[in-house]
Design a protein around this ligand. Sequence first.
Ligand code: FNR
Length: 184
Amino acid sequence: MKSYKVGYVVGSLSSTSINRLLARALVRLAPPELVMNEIEIKHLPLYSQDFDADYPPVARAFKQAIADVDALLFVTPEYNRSIPGALKNAIDWGTRPWGQNAFTHKPTGVIGASPGAIGTAVAQQHLRGVLSFCNAPLMNAVEAYVQFKPGLITAEGDVTDEGTSKFLQNYLSQLHAFIAQQTQ
Ligand code: FNR
């Protein structure tokens, strides 16, 4: 069995994040070939080009964590019909200094949860645009827009609805196939 390291990034800094619950569920539901570990963004300062000459250790570690994985998975909320500033900030760190873009050719998936009916669809479209510019090959299908209802995912990451659980399992199996195909 060939396994793949997948770094997942949670786009929310909230201590009660539903997207963190979703990430926990995805870790539990992932096929054994996908070894999932979080790449944290919460300690990154706000990016400025002033840092390019001497990247701080936290940003070096962030870029190294991206370099160390075979693929990335973004699990993000939608903020004002786009992605949270913290996530955009992290992506900006990952792309600089110029010529040292950590996302180049890194297979990537996007997914997100919201209490709203369209389940982060607009944020994911924005994120796809950003990641496309960053030259990260994106899994186009399947898409996953999760409408979060209280109790859908327990604090431990158990999905309480069988249909949602199957849907997420299929998403992860498609992600596995995409990563395998991209890294041949
Ligand atoms: C939101 N929320 C939200 N939801 C949505 O579906 N579309 C949106 O555009 C927004 N906009 C938005 C802006 C800001 C600043 C906040 C704080 C929230 C609601 C959002 O989906 C909800 O708070 C989720 O719980 C956020 O995800 P996490 O942080 O719990 O993972």
